[in-house]
Every structure is written in C-alpha cells, then in structure tokens.
Design a protein around this ligand. Sequence first.
Ligand code: AMP
Length: 179
Amino acid sequence: IGGTKMNLILFGAPGAGKGTQAAEIVKKYKLTHISTGEMFRNEIANKTAMGELANSYISKGHLVPDEVTVELVKERLALEDCKNGFILDGFPRTLSQAKCLDQICLDLNIKIDYVIDIEVNQDELISRLSGRRVCKNCGTSYHLTFNKPLKEGVCDKCGADLYTRKDDSIDSVKVRLQT
Ligand code: AMP
C-alpha cells in the first residue's frame, strides 16, 4: 500500500472531515497533501499580498476568487513532490475551478484516479465547526468535546498552542455552509 501512486480529490462541506481524512490517507499512501485552505492560511500568517487578499474573503466565509485559487493550485501541482501522487483537499470548490482543473491535468499530463465525497448532515457540521480547535504550528484539528487534546489548548503532536479559526465563528459558518 505505502508508495501507491494515485491522485485523489476529497469533496465535502466545511467540517465534513476532509483535512482529518486527508492526513490519514497521506500517511498511509505517502501522497502529497494539497489543502488550498491551508495554503491560504500560510499566506495570511506570512502577511503576503495574496494572504491579505485571501483573508478579506475567508474571514467573512466567502470563497477566494477562482483566478487566484486556480493559479495557486496550478503552480502547486507542477512541483516535483506531486509526481508520486497527491490528494486535493478543498479544491475544486466551484464548477469553474473543476473545469480549470481539467485543463491543468491536460497541461501537466496528470490523471485523477478517485474522487471521495464525504457527506455529513448540517447539524453535525455546525457542531463540529463550532467546537473545532486547530494547531497553530502543524495544523492538526481537535474538537472541544469529540476529539480533545490530552492537555487543554495544546497540540498532542507538537506541543504548540491551539486556536479557533476566524471562519469557524457562527456567522462565517452559516455563510460557508450556504456557499
Ligand atoms: P478550508 O480550510 O478548506 O475550510 O478553507 C478555508 C477557506 O479558504 C474557505 O472557507 C475559503 O474561503 C478559502 N478556500 C479554500 N479552498 C478554496 C477554493 N478551492 N476556492 C475558493 N476559496 C477557497
């Protein structure tokens, strides 16, 4: 199983568990994890121009414009570490992004092997998102009741502080689920 080359897409609403499942899959199959949300959060943390632009959408629960997101993914998929297989987590999220992905695949001679859709009902999504806490350093997700860290507010894996994502506020969550 380890080292099986395949290219996957994970679909699912915010809070469905894409990031959590992707982390398990990449460990098992040694794939490259590409999370557009995580890439944007890194840009925001590094205070880049793209981060500033992305934050103006993300903090309100809106999607970052397709042109920006598609360009980011296009550059990422061309990197060497995608050659042995990757998992896309959070992309594509619109029909236009899906069509652009088709073109990127043609250009880079990539084939998507599987698309996994994770379905979770809305009440469950809201309760997962409102209790989510994320590690500042390694991005591991926890939950205040369903998946507590051993020590409150501290990541089990790397010991860094946990934080609440700005877009996990109840107002943003409603917009995100609608989007
Ligand atoms: P996620 O970590 O996947 O929940 O993404 C966090 C936020 O980043 C989303 O709510 C969007 O604002 C933005 N984002 C992530 N992926 C995309 C995408 N494919 N298209 C547009 N915006 C995205």
